[in-house]
Structure formats: C-alpha cells, structure tokens
Design a protein. Structure first.
Lengths: 234, 351
C-alpha cells in the first residue's frame, strides 16, 4: 500500500532521512521505532507531503505520492495524526470531526463516518458541543484520531499517540488503534513507547540516523537483544 | 556514529511501568477555561457599558443641552456600525492569515472612488454601487493575496507588514494620479432627516448602519454556520491541522483576504455619502479600524463589531468633551488605555 524507496528528506539543507526503505501493506500495523532524532517524525512529514523529499520515491496505493500536495494525499486516503495533534482548539468536537471529512463528498457518508467515530470513542459523542481546547490529553488524542478517521483513510499514520498520556490511557488509545486496523485501515505507528508498539505491530522498523537499521515482525524485534539494549533499556 | 543517549525513548517503558513524566490522571487541560472566559467577557462588557453610560450621563450633566449629547450618541453609534464592518474585515484577515494589513484603509478608499465614478458617470444610486464595488473589491483582495502576499507566507511578520504598508502607499498615490487631489463627494438623492431621541439622523446614516449590521451578521453566519466558514476558522486555529485534513490552506488564505477586503469595500460604499472623498480618506478609517481590532481582541470578529460601536461613540463624545480637538484624540486615549490595561482586547482570550 505504501512503499518508500531510497527516501531522502530533511529541513533547510539538513538531511535527516538517508535512503530509507519502508513498506506498509494493507491491513497491517507497522511500527516505526528509534531514538529521538532518528527521523521518525520526518518520515511521516515527508510521506504526508508537509515537507519535500530530496530524492527517492514514495508510492501510495500504486501511485506516486511524493511531490503531491497534502490535501490530494488526504483525498486519496493517506492521513496523518501529528504528535502535537493539531486540533482546531476553539472549534467544537463535532466541528473538528466534520472538518476531518473535508475531502470527502458530503451527504450520508459523513454521517456514517461520524457514527463510526462515535462508536469507537463514545466520549466524543457525549461532548460533541464542547470546544476541543477544553479537552484533556487523552480526549484530544481520541479526537485527533477520530478526525483522521473521518477522511476514510486507507492508511493512518500516527505520530506518538501516547505522548503525555498515562499508561492506562495509552492502552486505551493503542486498543483503539487495533480496532481501527481490524476495520481494514492500515496503520503506520510511530511510538516513543517502543515496547508496546513493537508488541502490537505486525511488522516493525528500527530507525537509526535516518535509515532502517533493523526490520521484522514486531514481537520478534521486541525480543531482539540489540533492540532491547538500544531502545528498551533492558 | 554513536547512539544518542539522551533520547527519552531509552528509559524502561514496558507495559505498566509508570514514568515520572506521565500524569497520574488524565486531567482536563482547561476544563473551566471556557466558562471562566465567558464570565470574564460578560463582566468586562458590563464594565465597558457602565463606563459608556457614565460618559454619556456626564456629558448630559455638563452640557445642559440634551440634544447635543443625543446627537453625539446617535451619530456615534450609527457610524460605529460601519467602523465595526471595516474592522471585522481587518480582524478576520489578521486571525486567519496573521497579516497586519495596513492596506485595509486604502482598499476602502478604492471602493469610495468606485462609488464616485459610478454615481458621477452613470448616475447610479450610491447604494447600488454595492453590487459592483463588493465583487470588485473581493476580486482585488484575492488578486493581491495570491499575486503579492502569498509569497511572503512563512516569512517574518515584518515582511508582510512592510508589504501591506507599501501597498497602501501605492494605492493612495495611484488614486491621486488617476482622480487628482480635489475632494469629491457622493450625493444621495432624496436624503432626509429622521428624528431619534431628539437627535436627527439622516437616512443615509441609518442605512449605512443598518446595511453594515446586516453584512456583519451575514459574515458571522458564514463563519459559524457554513462549511467554508468552519474551514476558515479551522485554518485560523491550526494551520497544520487544516492541511492534514486536506483543506487547501492557500485557497482559504486567498478567500479570507478577499472577504476581508470586500468588507472594506462594502463599508467604503456605505460611508461614501457621509465623508469627503480624497485619496487619503482611507487612512483615517485604517487607523480607526486598527484601534477597533485591538479593542475587540485581535482576530475576534464579534469583538470587532462591538469595538466599532464603542469607538464610534468615543469619537463623538470625545468631540463634546474636547471641543476643537481632533475627534481622534479621544479614540487614541482609549487605545492607549486598552493597550495598558488589557492588551489582548476586551474579548481576546490570550495575547
């Protein structure tokens, strides 16, 4: 579904990604772990078109995705939830969600998507008239994921969904991620919380200095001595 | 290459291990923020209204002649509605594009000359000029944003500020070049006076006020009730978020600037029968609109309307209190006071 081939990208002449190869197939959760500054977020930003890649290629759903604008990618089903969540603070929960389906045709589709999101996160239905900025961290993360689902993604990219959340809430969010995968959405998950991410991932990549150091089935990597030593502190 | 050791991915974080950074409970960030803000806003509005009433009462007491004061109050509120409309456009542009648009008044002046030409040359009724001036100003705003300002997106604020300032000078002088320095005026056929509270208001002022309020309400409804308006507010709230849901933010920037400019255009047509029209007339409105925007809270559209009414009133009462001085004196006193006491404006939440 998503294929990165020799991707190079960075900011203002500072190259962060060095020939990164990565693949996400339909219906799987792929975790992307690595130390701070390894290029996890940069990878997501390059894939969603927020920054330009300097060389290499990105293919999504059989079509080139590099050099394509974010709005177009969202319409094609590639949606990112950034680490800072980027919610529309003063807007209500419902307005935030409805904006999520901006690229979709209006009509019954939007209502159906809304119902699905409310089914996944009932708290959002309860507080649909509340401003997003009054939400707690966990609720904001749910809203951010819900907003992304409103675009009917084929691939959902989550950047550090557990940032600032208690372990209990982290489990709740990651549980929701599994449900989303079971509903047929592929997930590319970037996590600081590497152990949890690796355990739930079908496959995983360990990023080091902007390229792939290790890859393989998630649980296998979680048990890999090198990974444990370097990233899990065990 | 050494592995970064400072990474906070390094410490043990398996399953249930609680790290110090994790909050024990998921406490709402600002659970009471909304309500407290409302209470504050209502309180401040009440305080400002009280001050306004006191100022009016004091003026009555001082002057002895009620008619003069009534006249000032009525004129002030009526022109204040137009100030509100000008300022709504300006504050919308600031809220969404983060541009301090010094050319706003110049755009208003363009609309004034459009009205002058249409009434003078084609004998069109001034208010019918709205049908031409508003779309023309909308397109002009779109062209200026796309053609000039869009290139400075992401650059320091000063760049955009200087560009709009330069644009204002350019427009002023273009108007001077094309229409000459002689003051012009727009005559309103069949304008008459109507008595309100002992004061006389011309129909043109009442109409300017009424149409400005209707347009302000339409703008408010556009922003609050339509999908496009929600997208505009979304872009204002979080640019990255807007891009990530697939909103074409460049298009929203262009449309917002166009809508803001159209507000200045509409206001220009509405005040055309009330002012002496010179190439620099726009500057006066520009200054007032800036004061109104700061008073109402930068980026706050409703605040701009309320601020407009207050500044209209201030200007007229100021002329009563300080006869012989520029009416702008009182406006600036209020401006300085607001900057001192509440720089985020009456209805701004945080600076």
């Amino acid at each position: 579904m998503l294929v990165l081939d020799g991707l190079c990208a960075g900011y203002h002449g500072l190259q962060i990604l060095h020939e990164l190869d990565l693949r996400v197939d339909a219906g799987e959760i792929v975790a992307l772990v690595g130390a701070n500054g390894a290029g996890k977020t940069t990878t997501l930003r390059a894939v969603s078109g927020l920054i330009r890649s300097s060389s290499g290629s990105i293919t999504f759903d059989g079509r080139r995705a590099d050099g394509v604008r974010t709005a177009e990618l969202v319409a094609r089903g590639l949606v990112q939830v950034p680490e800072e969540r980027a919610l529309f603070g003063p807007l209500t929960v419902e307005e935030n969600l409805r904006m999520g389906s901006w690229t979709q045709r209006r009509g019954g589709n939007e209502e159906a998507a809304l119902a699905e999101v409310f089914d996944l996160f009932p708290i959002l239905a309860e507080r649909r008239r509340q401003a997003a900025e009054t939400f707690s961290g966990g609720q904001q993360q749910m809203l951010a994921i819900g907003r992304a689902l409103m675009a009917r993604p084929k691939l959902l990219m989550l950047d550090e969904p557990s940032t600032g959340l208690s372990p209990k809430l982290t489990w709740a969010v990651l549980d929701a991620v599994r449900t989303i995968r079971d509903r047929g959405v592929a997930v590319l998950l970037v996590e600081q919380n590497a152990a949890q991410a690796l355990r739930m991932a079908d496959r995983a990549y360990v990023l080091e200095s902007g390229s792939c150091a290790l890859s393989g089935p998630g649980p296998e990597l979680a048990d890999d001595d090198r990974v444990r030593a370097a990233y899990l502190g065990l | 290459m050494t592995r970064p050791t400072t990474a906070h991915g390094a410490p043990a974080e398996d399953g249930g291990a609680v790290t110090a950074a994790d909050p024990a409970t998921d406490t709402p960030v600002a659970a009471t923020g909304g309500r407290a803000w409302w209470r504050g806003a209502v309180g401040r509005t009440a305080l400002v209204l009280l001050l306004a009433v006191l100022a009016v009462a004091l003026a009555y007491w001082r002057s002895g002649s009620g008619v003069v004061v009534s006249q000032a109050v009525v004129t002030g509120i009526l022109i204040g509605g137009v100030y509100g409309l000008v300022a709504m456009g300006l504050t919308l542009i600031f809220g969404v594009l983060d541009i301090v648009n010094f050319a706003h008044g110049a755009f208003l002046a363009v609309a004034l000359y459009v009205t002058v030409e249409m009434t003078g040359r084609f004998g069109v009724h001034p208010y019918l000029a709205l049908l031409v001036a508003v779309p023309v100003m909308f397109l002009l705003g779109a062209a200026v944003q796309r053609g000039i300002l869009s290139f400075s997106i992401g650059q320091p604020l000063e760049n955009q500020l200087l560009i709009t300032l330069g644009l204002a000078l350019l427009i002023d002088n273009l108007l001077l070049l094309v229409f000459g320095p002689n003051p012009r005026s727009v005559a309103l056929p069949g304008d008459s006076g109507v008595e309100i509270l002992g004061a006389v208001a011309t129909v043109s002022r009442l109409l300017a006020f009424g149409v400005a309020l209707v347009l302000a309400a339409l703008l408010y409804l556009l922003l609050q009730r339509t999908r496009l308006g929600t997208a505009i507010r979304a872009v204002a709230a979080n640019d990255t978020g807007a891009q990530l849901v697939g909103i074409d933010t460049r298009r929203i920037y262009m449309l917002t600037f166009a809508i803001g400019t159209a507000c200045a255009g509409a206001a220009g047509v509405l005040v055309s029968p009330l002012v002496t029209i010179e190439p620099t007339t726009g500057e006066l409105f520009n200054i007032i609109a800036f004061v109104v925007v700061v008073l109402g809270g930068m980026g706050n559209v409703v605040g701009a309307l309320v601020g407009g009414l207050l500044i209209g009133l201030t200007e007229q009462l100021g002329a009563l209190y300080l006869p012989g001085q520029s009416p702008l004196l009182a406006v600036f006193v209020v401006f300085v006071l607001v900057l001192f006491l509440r720089p985020q404006g009456l209805f701004g939440s945080k600076a």
